[in-house]
Design a protein around this ligand. Structure first.
Ligand code: SAM
Length: 344
């Protein structure tokens, strides 16, 4: 029997349930779901690296206990790290990617709540403890861009607990190689992937983003369902150039209130419409998103939408003949947005 390894996946706050479902589908046995974390066990951890909703995936080195807000917690975290079987985890990471025998490491720490120490003090305490027990070189942060060592240990502390993990991949999973061109307001890719999962895209489905920007929603839809047919539209030619630079197509310059798609096409709409704070609505959407909802109802069966305060559009959505099946608040870089599923 192949032994299972324990892992911790970090994801955006608000998509933990979708992330857990995705990991189950990839063969993970989910053992716990917490704030921004999904714990699981897997016999083939490399499969979990394909998860689109995961920001970062770690082999679990230790569950940290009694690491509270006091400064004495620094020594406690260091002592628990020193007892963790980290060389076995380095070998497991080495089974999925190249890891030099004498690979140095960094430690990245974060915590929730108020503490009498900062993240750099945790990184130093744990890094020095691991340096003593493994003989590997600890590279204190912050690392220069492109200057990260091959191994990254992650410490995360929260009320009553925490974990020490080793990143399984060389880079965080939320970094997508397709992202050659970005735009103001470009979406965090794992949230776009969560929207695609929520939309339940089937093979052959026509998937339309009427406000595609740099194309993140459709690029993630294609990753989620490679046999989907895509159509990217935006009123801005600059946005479409960015989408083309990221390899998405076909592309069409169009106003989201008047799409070149036949009525009753049964399309699946995935979109992140403009909202005033970062990306100004243009054309027919200047006075509100009513024309967009009407087009979604005309061409689509259902729509997965990412929009700040989507809840506030309930009246206009209903007036277009759509109903909100689910509305979930999601935190992205400290700001709240909503991931919603609308249906005709
Ligand atoms: C929030 S951005 C989309 C970002 C995109 N999801 C990404 O990751 O790059 C909203 C987009 O809506 C477009 N937009 C604004 N008004 C529009 C309209 N009336 N019709 C179509 N697109 C519009 C903007 O040009 C912008 O690219």
């Amino acid at each position: 029997m192949i032994p299972c390894v324990d892992l911790v996946a970090r994801c955006l706050r608000g998509i933990e349930r979708l992330c857990a479902e995705e990991l189950r589908g990839l063969g993970g046995e989910v053992t716990g779901v917490e704030h921004r974390l999904v714990a699981c066990r897997a016999a083939s951890p490399a499969r979990l690296l394909t998860a689109g909703t995961v920001d970062d995936l770690f082999l679990l080195a230790a569950r940290l206990e009694a690491v509270d807000h006091r400064r004495s917690a620094l020594a406690e975290a260091a002592a628990q790290a020193a007892r963790a079987p980290v060389e076995a985890l380095v070998a497991a990471a080495g089974a999925v990617r190249p890891v030099p025998a004498d690979a140095p490491f960094e430690v990245v720490a974060s915590f929730l709540g108020r503490r009498n120490y900062n993240r750099f003090e945790i990184e130093r305490a744990v890094g020095e403890a691991l340096e003593r027990t493994t003989g590997r070189r600890f590279v204190p942060g912050p690392a220069a861009p492109g200057g990260h060592p091959p191994l990254t240990f992650r410490v995360h502390l929260y009320d009553g607990g925490g974990f020490l993990g080793l990143r399984l991949s060389a880079e965080p999973l939320h970094r997508r190689p397709y992202r050659r061109t970005s735009l103001e307001g470009a979406l965090h890719p794992p949230l776009a992937y969560a929207a695609a999962l929520l939309a339940g895209i089937g093979p052959g489905d026509l998937v339309v983003d009427p406000c595609c920007g740099a194309g993140t929603m459709l690029l993630e839809a294609a990753r989620c369902q490679p046999a989907a047919r895509l159509l990217a539209a935006d009123v801005s030619a600059a946005a479409l150039r960015a989408a083309a630079g990221n390899g998405i197509g076909p592309l069409v310059v169009a106003d989201a209130g008047c799409l070149p798609v036949a009525g009753g096409a049964g399309a699946v709409v995935v979109t992140n419409p403009p909202w005033d704070r970062r990306v100004a609505p243009a054309g027919s959407l200047r006075d509100g998103l009513g024309p967009l909802w009407a087009e979604v109802a005309r061409i689509g069966d259902r729509a997965a939408v990412v929009l700040e305060e989507l809840e506030g559009h309930a009246g206009a959505i209903r007036a277009a003949g759509l109903r909100a099946v689910s509305l979930d608040r999601v935190a992205v870089s400290g700001a709240w947005t909503t991931l919603g599923l609308l249906s005709r």
